[in-house]
Design a protein around this ligand. Structure first.
Ligand code: AMP
Ligand code: MG
Length: 403
C-alpha cells in the first residue's frame, strides 16, 4: 500500500471527490424539517402578506384628506367602518372617510395610508387626525415580504428556524429533503471502559465515540457507534467490516500513530482498503489515515479526544455535508483579531481552541494542551495557525473555524 504524502486541503479534495451525494429524497413534515437539507428549490406559492394591510393600530384613510393636518388644525374624518385583523373590509372608503383598523387588518380600497392612533383623538364616529401623512405611509403592500414565485430557499440549504417559519407562512406543511447521512463510529483502545461501569485501574472511559456522535447530530445526521474495541487488528477489522455494511462513512479513533499498538494501518491491509493519505501535517491530529474500500470511506483518527474532534471537524465535516446534499461543503471561516498571545513558534500548521466574541478571538489560558479536552466546553472555534508561524502577539489577524 502506497502512503500518500498530503496536506489538509489536498486531503479534503481527495475525500470530497469520493464522497457520494444523497441518492434519494423524502418528504418531511415542516415541524420535523429543522436542520434537514432541502432537496429542491422552494418558491413562494402566494404573496406574503396576501393583502395590503395595516402595520399598526389606527385609522386607514386617503392621504389627500390629511394633507394640511397638524395639532392645531386636525382633519376631521367620518369613521365609516371598523376592520379588525381577520376581517374583510365592508367596502371602499368615500372621500372624507376613515376606517378604524388594528395591526394586520386588510386595508379597504381608497385607503392610501394609516394614521397611528396616538396621532388622533381615538374618535369612534368621527376622528381628528393631528398629523399629515404621505402616500403609503404606514402601509404594507401585498407581497411586500415575499411575492408569489420568489425563491424562498434553494436546494442544498440546511433549514434553519427562519426557513421553517417562512415556509409555514406560505401554508406549506412539508418540505422535500434529503435523508440524514448515516455515519458509523468506532472507538478503539484496550484502555477504554464503557460508561456506567466501574473504572478498572489504568482504564479510562470512552468519550470520543460520544463526542463524535454528538457532532454528527449537530450536523443533522445520525450516528451508530461501536465502542471500545481492544487494540487487536483482527477484532477491529471485524467490527469495521460490520459497521461498513450499513454506513458510507465511518470514523475510527485510536491506534493510528506510530506506537506499538497502533494497528489501524494493519487493519486497512486486512480489509484490503486503499490508502488515500496517512498524515496531513497539522497539529493536533494530523496523523489521520484515510482509507477507501469500494465506495466507502474510513477516516482513522487519533484517539486523543481534542485531536479526534479537530480532525473529525476538518475531514469528516466536508464529507458529511456532501453526503447530506448541502451546497456549502467547506468549514465556515472568519477573520478575527487574536486577544492575548500564542507564545510558541509553530513549525507545523496548528489548530488552537478559542472563543470568538465579536471580531475578537480569545485563546484558552489553561487547558490548551493536547491532553486537555474539557476546556473545549468554554470554546466555540479553532484558530488556524499556518505552518512556519512565529509566536503570535495580541492583535494579530487570524483565520478562525467556527465549531
Ligand atoms: P491513541 O491515538 O490510541 O494513541 O490514543 C491517544 C490518547 O487518547 C491516549 O491517551 C488514549 O488513552 C486516549 N484515547 C484513545 N481513545 C479514546 C477514547 N475513545 N476516549 C477517550 N480517550 C481516548
Ligand atoms: Mg491507543
Amino acid at each position: 500500500m502506497a502512503k500518500a504524502a498530503c496536506n489538509l486541503e489536498r486531503g479534503i479534495d481527495l475525500l470530497l471527490a469520493l464522497a457520494r451525494p444523497p441518492a434519494s429524497v423524502e418528504m418531511a413534515p415542516l415541524s420535523e424539517a429543522l436542520g434537514r437539507v432541502l432537496a429542491e428549490d422552494c418558491f413562494a406559492g402566494i404573496d406574503q402578506p396576501p393583502f395590503d394591510r395595516s402595520p399598526l393600530d389606527g385609522y386607514a384613510l386617503f392621504h389627500g384628506d390629511v394633507a394640511a393636518s397638524d395639532k392645531e388644525n386636525p382633519a376631521v374624518l367620518t369613521v365609516s367602518q371598523h376592520i379588525y385583523a381577520g376581517d374583510t373590509p365592508a367596502g371602499p372608503l368615500a372621500p372624507g372617510e376613515a376606517a378604524r383598523v388594528t395591526t394586520g387588518a386588510p386595508l379597504p380600497p381608497g385607503a392610501t395610508c394609516v394614521a397611528r392612533q396616538e396621532n388622533t383623538d381615538y374618535g369612534e364616529e368621527q376622528v381628528k387626525v393631528y398629523v399629515s401623512l404621505k402616500k403609503h405611509q404606514n402601509y404594507v403592500f401585498r407581497g411586500e415580504d415575499l411575492p408569489a414565485g420568489r425563491l424562498v430557499a434553494a436546494k442544498g440549504v440546511r433549514l434553519r428556524s427562519a426557513h421553517i417559519g417562512t415556509l409555514a407562512g406560505q401554508g406549506f406543511t412539508q418540505a422535500a429533503v434529503y435523508p440524514r447521512p448515516q455515519v458509523g463510529l468506532l472507538s478503539t483502545g484496550s484502555e477504554l471502559a464503557p460508561a456506567g461501569e466501574p473504572l478498572p485501574p489504568g482504564m479510562i472511559y470512552d468519550s470520543n465515540s460520544y463526542t463524535l456522535a454528538a457532532r454528527v447530530r449537530e450536523w443533522g445526521g445520525q450516528a451508530q457507534a461501536e465502542r471500545g474495541i481492544a487494540d487487536d487488528p483482527a477484532k477491529i477489522a471485524a467490527a469495521l467490516e460490520a459497521i461498513l455494511a450499513e454506513r458510507d462513512l465511518v470514523a475510527t479513533t485510536g491506534g493510528v500513530s506510530v506506537g506499538a499498538h497502533d494497528y489501524m494501518p494493519r487493519v486497512g491491509e486486512i480489509l484490503g482498503a486503499e490508502v488515500l493519505f496517512h498524515g496531513l501535517g497539522y497539529k493536533p491530529g494530523g496523523v489521520a489515515l484515510a482509507l477507501r474500500r469500494g465506495d466507502k470511506l474510513i477516516l482513522c483518527l487519533s484517539g486523543n479526544p481534542f485531536a479526534a474532534l479537530v480532525s473529525f471537524e476538518l475531514l469528516a465535516g466536508p464529507v458529511f455535508r456532501k453526503m447530506a446534499g448541502q451546497t456549502e461543503l467547506l468549514t465556515p471561516r472568519v477573520r478575527a483579531s487574536l486577544r492575548g498571545d500564542f507564545p510558541k513558534a509553530s513549525a507545523s500548521r496548528r489548530f488552537l481552541r478559542a472563543k470568538l466574541v465579536g471580531g475578537e478571538v480569545f485563546t484558552e489560558r489553561d487547558g490548551h494542551g493536547s491532553g486537555s479536552f474539557s476546556s473545549l466546553t468554554r470554546c466555540d472555534c479553532l484558530i488556524d495557525i499556518p505552518a512556519g508561524s512565529p509566536p503570535m502577539s495580541d492583535g494579530a489577524a487570524v483565520d478562525v473555524i467556527l465549531l
